[in-house]
Design a protein around this ligand. Structure first.
Ligand code: AMP
Length: 174
């Protein structure tokens, strides 16, 4: 069996969480397995082409993969947080979720102009979260070097929404 199939079978699917009709992809069993977790971070690192200045992740599951990847690449890490959590001057972007609505924020001084930034999150669903993160990075003057996900839900059309950016996911659910 391919390693990525093993990663996929380790992700647990929970029906009707957090709302009826949502098939929630629970990555916590994957995190328990030191070899599989490391394998995913290594696969992300191998996919990076060219120079990266920062890894940016979205609260909160994105932080788990993003900070490990930043460590592996030897670059800085920038958190994008939910509204009201960051203490300093910030940029904000509103977006729709697969379930609900939200605002995310980044510190306005985190990214220097023309820095090359890699965005990473656990799941690509509708792409709304990642599109809002892209807006925040562009407002900050950064360049999007890639948008990476552990898992993609192609039926929700997230990749189309991120058209024009280098999108990469390790696994997809048909
Ligand atoms: P979206 O903005 O629709 O692409 O949703 C992506 C964000 O919501 C990510 O941060 C995911 O962690 C979370 N998410 C959306 N749908 C799911 C799902 N079915 N299972 C797990 N996480 C999800």
């Amino acid at each position: 069996m391919l390693k990525l199939d093993r990663i996929k079978e380790t992700i647990r699917t929970i029906p009707d969480f957090p709302k009826k009709g949502i098939l929630f992809r629970d990555i916590t069993p994957l995190l328990l397995d030191r070899r599989k977790f490391k394998y995913c971070i290594d696969r992300f690192a191998q996919a990076v082409k060219g120079k990266i200045d920062y890894v940016v992740s979205i609260e909160s599951r994105g932080f788990i993969f993003g900070s490990a990847l930043a460590y592996k690449l030897g670059v800085g890490f920038i958190p994008i947080r939910k509204e009201g959590k960051l203490p300093f001057r910030k940029h904000s972007a509103a977006y729709d979720l697969e379930y609900g609505q939200a605002v995310i924020e980044i510190h306005a001084d985190a990214i220097q102009a023309k820095s090359r930034v890699l965005i990473i999150d656990d799941v690509l669903a509708t792409g709304g979260t990642a599109a809002a993160a892209i807006k925040l990075i562009k407002k900050s003057g950064g360049v999007i070097a890639g948008v990476y996900f552990l898992a993609e839900l192609p039926a929700l059309g997230g990749r189309k929404r991120l058209k024009g950016y280098p999108v990469h996911s390790l696994i997809a659910y048909s």
